[in-house]
Write a protein that binds this ligand. Structure first.
Ligand SMILES: *Cc1c(COP(=O)(O)O)cnc(C)c1O
Length: 411
């Protein structure tokens, strides 16, 4: 930082403290990651000040030649990376990406079938607190309560009855792969559009370490800051035939001018994602999730769905005698940063949150591997056992600090 300490020492100090917090704790939040500092430089660049209503070559303000070039670059790189015909890099977030997809081909009041939030879905999939539910008529499918897995026959039955105009495949808390082929067969049978929301999985899909939804879906949305490692913002992938409608749905439909600094950061991460190191990180993220899951299972944790196929491991902590909220707090007190999450068993119990959702993206960027996954499983177990005993918790906190210190993020 060159100018900030002078102009605003308070904010400068907070940024410094945030860096220390990141270095000294383990980020196990599945919806976060550490980005390369080149991404931060693009995000913090003077592209931030350019107003760019419209699209490259068709702007509503002058002086857009560099912004046009960087947006075209981000689009071309994303097309190559994901094998998509059409790309929109302007969404401010995952939520605005989804909103724009809904409004591109649907009318207010149209029917959308999506995954229920307590079963792993997302607020922007028609939760009652989200504007999406006020604009469209949502119905929600669930996972099978025994297996905690998606049941495609049940989804098909609901679709036949509800006759949705669009189906959403995608989750924010589902540690398994989604069968996009099966979802597309259901969508075709009932004449619905299919949107895959791979907000969490962008990096894994880009690296080809899990199957891509792109060949099976009309629309794919993702965010750049989860496994994708690219800072804030969303992206829409689609077929060329929906391009004009999607363009209008983002601008002027759901957004005004986009953020050129975020678009530049997207261009940077898409370049890096085409390189072997990115693929290696994504592959390792999945391997680490497998090891973390099996180490936790050895320690008697019940894993939601019994395991993982992606970067998420969701544990039911009530078995260890604590609620999700309590576990989140006590883990935070020793530097293990994760979030409480509803699990399918909570769906019918008002206010109940029994899970902790863990993700291996951030710790993998720090170059942690199998031995560290065993160590982290032990740290989580010891933390929950020591709940209420400050002396024991302080010992765990020392071990977390030591582990974090051996795997720096930025230093
Ligand atoms: C994280 C997430 C989003 C939303 O992203 P924001 O950028 O926070 O709006 C959308 N869908 C799913 C499934 C997510 O997990």
């Amino acid at each position: 930082m060159q100018y900030l300490p002078q102009d605003d020492p308070v904010v400068a100090e907070l940024i410094q403290r945030e860096e220390t917090r990141i270095e000294n704790t383990l980020d196990l939040i599945a919806a976060e990651n550490h980005s390369p500092l080149s991404v931060a430089e693009a995000l913090g660049s003077i592209f931030n000040t350019k107003t760019i209503e419209g699209y490259p070559g068709k702007r509503f303000h002058a002086g857009c030649e560099n912004a046009d070039e960087v947006e075209n670059l981000a689009i071309e790189r994303a097309k190559e990376l994901f094998g998509a015909e059409y790309v929109n890099v302007q969404p401010h977030s995952g939520t605005s990406s989804n909103l724009a997809v809904y409004f591109s081909v649907l009318k207010p009041g149209d029917r959308i079938l999506a995954m229920s939030l307590p079963h792993g879905g997302h607020l922007s999939h028609g939760h009652q607190a989200s504007i999406t539910s006020k604009c469209f008529n949502f119905k929600h499918y669930t996972v099978n309560t025994e297996t905690e897995l998606l049941d495609y026959d049940q989804i098909r039955e609901m679709a036949l009855e509800f006759k949705p105009n669009m189906i959403v495949a995608g989750a924010s808390a589902y540690p398994r792969l989604i069968d996009y082929q099966a979802m597309s067969e259901v969508a075709k049978e009932v004449g619905a559009y299919l949107l895959a929301d791979v907000a969490h999985l962008g990096g894994l899909v880009a690296a080809g370490v899990i199957p891509s939804p792109v060949p099976h879906c009309d629309f794919v949305t993702f965010t750049c800051y989860k496994t994708m490692m690219g800072g804030r913002g969303g992206v829409i992938l689609s077929r060329e035939k929906y391009g004009a409608k999607l363009n209008r749905a983002i601008f002027p439909g759901c957004q005004g001018t986009s953020a050129v600094n975020m678009i530049a950061a997207k261009a940077v991460i898409f370049k890096l994602a085409l390189e072997p190191e990115f693929k290696a990180i994504q592959q390792k993220t999945i391997e680490n999730a497998h090891s973390l899951a099996s180490e936790l299972e050895k320690r008697g944790f019940r894993l939601v769905t019994g395991g993982t196929d992606n970067h998420q491991v969701i544990i039911d902590v009530t078995q260890k005698g604590v609620s999700g909220a309590k576990a989140e707090k006590v883990m935070e007190s020793v530097g293990l940063i994760a979030n409480r999450n509803m699990i399918p068993a909570d769906a019918d119990k008002k206010g109940s949150i029994s899970g902790i959702r863990l993700g291996t993206a951030g710790i993998t960027v720090r170059k942690m591997a199998e031995p560290e996954m065993a160590g982290i499983a032990a740290l989580i177990d010891d933390t929950l056992k020591a709940d209420g005993n400050r002396e024991e918790l302080d010992k765990v906190a020392e071990r977390v600090l030591d582990l974090a210190g051996r795997f720096p993020v930025y230093k």
